[in-house]
Design a protein around this ligand. Structure first.
Ligand code: HEM
Ligand code: HEM
Length: 176
């Protein structure tokens, strides 16, 4: 498939929607009450899981959009930066997916039933399973922190293009 030279409005909208959702999701994750054995999900967890589901749906749609509308890296970039940015972008997709799926599994193994923003019940991936829950305990946190490291690299690279290289890479993701 021929690669376009720039991101279209849909790709940009998806990008900034995920940024906005993650900006809400991390604080909810950190601020919601810690888990205890036998605990049922309260409002914080219901919102965390609801936003998490929204992130899962948007990242899947966005990835399908990327596959059907590929964009070439900025042509002025040296090869190591093209390769590096492609790698980091792939990792960001994979890690968002891993973070949402491990969270969903964790909630499922607890045997919870949770609603999507108190509107309708969300499907769970498995039934109550304490042993499986123990086995994957910590994976969601590992995924969420690794994602944060790659977001940090991505944002640092964006800042380097803005202030050090002073090229037009940032403009590629901004409204025209
Ligand atoms: C990209 C999306 C997500 C991010 C960034 C995220 C982030 C977080 C954070 C920061 C915490 C607090 C853990 C800590 O103290 O370090 C957390 C906990 C939790 N999240 Fe998520 N989450 C996401 C998606 C989900 C989804 C989709 C679900 C369930 C369907 C979920 C279920 C949980 C559960 C059950 C906990 C408490 C258990 C634990 O600490 O591992 N999360 N999440
Ligand atoms: C202030 C924060 C951010 C800025 C300034 C920013 C900026 C950019 C820019 C300029 C590009 C285009 C790069 C290029 O043309 O090679 C891009 C692409 C991308 N960004 Fe961000 N970004 C930010 C946050 C995030 C976050 C939090 C994520 C988390 C998932 C993310 C995921 C991606 C992905 C996956 C791409 C590649 C798009 C594709 O080709 O499919 N960005 N970003």
């Amino acid at each position: 498939m021929k690669r376009r030279l720039r991101y279209g409005t849909t790709a940009k909208a998806f990008h900034w929607l995920i940024v906005a959702l993650l900006l809400i999701q991390y604080p909810i994750g950190w601020l919601m009450p810690d888990l205890h054995r036998g605990m049922k999900p309260g409002a914080g967890m219901t919102f965390h899981i609801s936003f998490g589901f929204s992130i899962l749906i948007v990242i899947v749609l966005r990835f399908l959009w990327r596959l059907t509308h590929p964009v070439a890296p900025e042509s002025t970039l040296p090869p190591w930066q093209r390769l590096g940015s492609e790698l980091v972008h792939w990792m960001l997709y994979i890690l968002v997916l891993a973070t949402t799926l491990t969270g969903w599994l964790f909630a499922s193994f607890r045997g919870w039933s949770v609603s999507y923003f108190y509107l309708f019940p969300l499907p769970m991936l498995a039934s109550d399973n304490a042993a499986a829950g123990k086995a994957i305990d910590g994976l969601h946190q590992a995924a969420e922190w690794t994602l944060l490291v790659f977001i940090g690299l991505h944002v640092l690279a964006a800042l380097a293009h803005l202030f050090v290289y002073r090229d037009r890479v940032i403009q590629r993701m901004l409204p025209e």
